[in-house]
Design a protein. Structure first.
Length: 267
């Protein structure tokens, strides 16, 4: 933790108090980078946009993951292991290749547009399927779906079936059992899925770069450009600290509802 997480973060935080110039990094510390961060609204809007997209991706992943995880944990009996393997088989393929695979599906001359044209649903190809926020969010949901399913599956599998029977015996319907029994006991898995998917989504770089286009770029793309093309490391460090603080803020909100000890040791 000290060597691979806290140490680099400390270096990044220290670097943010200096300025990069064409002659190298200035040696006099200042708050110029943070002044720029709070006075130029473009970066704030992009950070809010990235947080919004990551929260939406997380919500969709949870809506899909919970019924799938419950079905695997409490309904499936014989084919549980093969079905779990099917969830992870796509991850044997490189991440970039899996992202590129969506382009011939969503593109103007892609499979979806071709089928809709053949069925007469549309008269001309739909351009809104690719190179925008929608395509980024769709691919992120696909990429991070297993990270939502697995923590929930582990929590729900450990849920005692006798509690569900007792709830039914006491007159609770499916909705009441879900609200008062299943969701509270599955809270560590829900918190684990939420934090994992959100953290991975908000810092995404490859997916927005490949399928996002100008309107689908996220905060991580701007950070990467500062360390790459622009070679403005101090400004990139400042943006990185801003994203880290925002991420830890969400983790703190989740931790207030579900203690992290329960998330990582009980789910």
């Amino acid at each position: 933790m000290l060597g691979f997480l806290l140490g680099p973060l400390a270096v990044m935080a220290g670097m943010s108090f200096f300025r990069s110039t064409i002659f190298g990094m200035e040696t006099t510390p200042s708050l110029a980078n943070y002044t720029k961060l709070f006075t130029e609204p473009m970066y704030g809007r992009l950070l809010v946009k990235s947080l919004r997209m990551a929260l939406l991706v997380t919500a969709v992943v949870l809506l899909i993951s919970f019924p799938v995880a419950y079905w695997l944990a409490k309904v499936v009996r014989r084919w549980k292991l093969p079905l779990l393997m099917l969830i992870f088989i796509p991850y044997w393929v490189n991440y970039v290749i899996r992202t590129y695979a969506w382009m011939p599906l969503l593109g103007r001359t892609g499979v979806i547009n071709y089928l809709l044209l053949q069925l007469g649903v549309i008269d001309h190809p739909i351009d809104a399927l690719l190179f925008n926020e929608f395509s980024v969010q769709l691919v992120l949901v696909y990429v991070f779906l297993p990270f939502g399913i697995v923590p929930l599956y582990l929590s729900l599998e450990r849920l005692d079936d006798n509690l569900l029977r007792a709830s039914a015996d006491l007159g609770a319907g499916p909705a009441a059992t879900l609200r008062h029994v299943i969701l509270p006991l599955a809270a560590p898995g829900l918190a684990g899925s939420t934090m994992t998917v959100f953290v991975l989504s908000v810092g995404s770089y490859v997916t927005p770069r490949l399928v996002g286009g100008p309107s689908g770029l996220m905060f991580g793309n701007v950070i990467a450009d500062q360390f790459g093309a622009s070679f403005n490391w101090s400004w990139g460090a400042t943006l990185s600290i801003a994203l880290t603080v925002a991420t830890f803020a969400l983790v703190g909100l989740v931790a207030r509802k579900v203690p992290l000890k329960r998330v990582f040791l009980s789910s």
